[in-house]
Design a binder for this molecule. Structure first.
Ligand code: DQA
Length: 161
């Protein structure tokens, strides 16, 4: 099982940018914690950060046939990008979006969310801890998918017997 974590623009500046909004943790620290949790749970994990919209679209497309889960913080593109929304919809991979801040309590332009309607779920406003919550949620989704697949295989075998 593989999870790909996609981080959008300016998230490479975590720990420097607006600490009162985004906290003091650096992206590398957040990723180190996610990696530990993935290792403990025997899940492969890959991290990708870019400031470019098209590179996020490319990465989501690369996940097709390669990853079983996507955790994405599309950052500012959340509020504008139909291209990222369409890419998530196209690959049909369980996707959890994370926002460090509570985007619903901020400026009106952050209340527009192009991504959420095509995601499995959203984690919003928990600070950097939201990434850990997303990992827990993704593992749960993956376990349910594996159980459903095993049950389907058992039914098929029973029919063939
Ligand atoms: C963000 C919220 C966005 O509105 C903002 O543009 C970001 C970060 C968050 O994690 O809270 O860059 O996605």
């Amino acid at each position: 099982m593989k999870i790909v974590v996609i981080q959008g623009p300016n998230l490479n500046m975590l720990g420097i940018r607006e600490q009162q909004v985004y906290g003091a943790m650096k992206l590398e620290q957040i990723h180190a914690q996610m990696k530990d949790f993935a290792t403990q749970n025997n899940v492969e994990i890959e991290f990708f950060q870019t400031n470019l919209e098209g590179e996020i679209v490319d990465k989501i497309q690369e996940c097709y046939g390669d990853a079983q889960g996507i955790i994405i913080n599309a950052a500012a593109y959340t509020h504008t990008s139909i291209a990222i929304r369409d890419a998530i919809s196209a690959v049909s991979i369980p996707t959890i979006e994370v926002h460090i801040s509570n985007i619903h309590r901020r400026e009106d332009f952050r209340k527009v969310n192009m991504i959420a309607p095509v995601c499995t779920s959203s984690v919003v406003g928990f600070g950097p801890f939201g990434y850990h919550l997303a990992m827990m949620g993704m593992l749960q989704i993956m376990q349910e998918m594996q159980a459903a697949k095993a049950a389907q295989e058992a039914r098929t075998q029973a029919l063939q017997a």
